[in-house]
Write a protein that binds this ligand. Sequence first.
Ligand code: BGC
Length: 478
Amino acid sequence: MILKSKHVYVFVLLSSSLLGASELRWDWSKIDVDAIKFSPNFIFGTAVAEHQVSGTKNSNWSRVDGAVDPKGITRIAHGDKCGIACDFWNRYETDIELLKELNVKAFRFSIDWSAIEPVQGRINKDAIAHYHDLCDALIAAGIQPVVTLHHFVHPSWFEDLGAFENESNNQYFVNFCTRMVREYGNKVALWATFNEPGVYVFQGYIMAKWPPFKHGINRAGVVTLNMLKAHIDAYQAIKSLPQGKKIKVGLVHSITHFDPYGDNFIERQGCDVLNGLFHESITKFFETGDFNWYCPVLSNIEYKNSDAKRSLDFFGINYYSHILLRVDGQVQGQAFRADEIKTDMAYCIYPEGMYRSIVDVSGRIARPQRIPIYITENGIADAKDENRELYIKRYVYAMHRAMEEGHDVRGYFYWSLMDNFEWTEGYKMKFGLYEVDFDSQKRTLRNGSKAFLRIVHNTYGTPDIKLPRMLAPAAAAA
Ligand code: BGC
């Protein structure tokens, strides 16, 4: 998430309350990040999303390939196009060999609604069969499939109906969810309705960087609320199915705290408003049933539904970093402290934030509702592979520290198995444990990723499988 000063400025000027987030810092020189041990019941996995690893054909995002903004600038950085990305759709069998090499126990992927239902009401049987094959292959390899039903992408027909701008469209999403659970409910135990509604809304309805490229704080609030309502409806519809009783259904929320850069009144106020909109609006809803979307003058949406507190079997946290808001004389937006290590994305390494997020969600939602937390995404874009090892060790340590204090975290999914298409950042962002050569589709384990392998192998043992260092999926698939 990258902040644009203009928008932050509006929030900051209009803000009226006083809270301020507390920025936690540990002295890493005194911490032994290697002295941690996980029970073999803990689930280590990796995560991907279909559009990012395979591309999609009839979706809100397939339209972005080659599209330009009103100034004629390509929507995707460097004029990149998603295309077939890593061609995971056709290469999943050899990619499962990578998962076996890692020895992870779970794999999180998204089902592409636009492949299942490319035209409204018309179900594509090949796509249905494809996901059966993928689930079967994972299960045969001893890897649990974990499904996300909406990872920023939906069919173009749904986009044309206004997607989640119109509450009446929620029924289409709910139908898709129940159809998928009827199909795959016997194979998939863990389901997320949405991936990161806050990010979807921030990028698509405030920053206008992602489809549908709109600006408007009030509309963003309406969309957020409609997605939360769709989650509750989907949860209840799934639970009423025979397959629904035995599966776990949750939602994945990205937590990116806004922290004030200095000890400054305006920064604290700005952070309070931003945290309220993109973080609290969602966590408070699941904590209390109250939805509050408040930006002075521009928007004030209130809604209550106590079913929200009974609509999660687990809480998924995606955690990458925080954002330091700096306002001194003029709004500078995102800032960095001198000693912070930057990633290739516009944020730094901040593992303490993972700990804060777990403690927060645990105290307010997970513990009171007796549900577990999963870290459904965490990873670094690091093309030079300079900081991946440090990143992995420190974030896993931060999670472990929260677990030692009694917070119920059941799993950790590294983002991502392999380099893939990073939305409007295109292909320059290298999040993969495996490097992908997009010309040959060759996957190569990165050196820094070995820190993850070691943690997983220390937990479950080292797998027998010995892959050639350069796995060539094209040859293997032939
Ligand atoms: C998203 C992923 C994305 C990752 C890295 C998360 O917000 O769920 O789709 O690739 O962050 O930016």
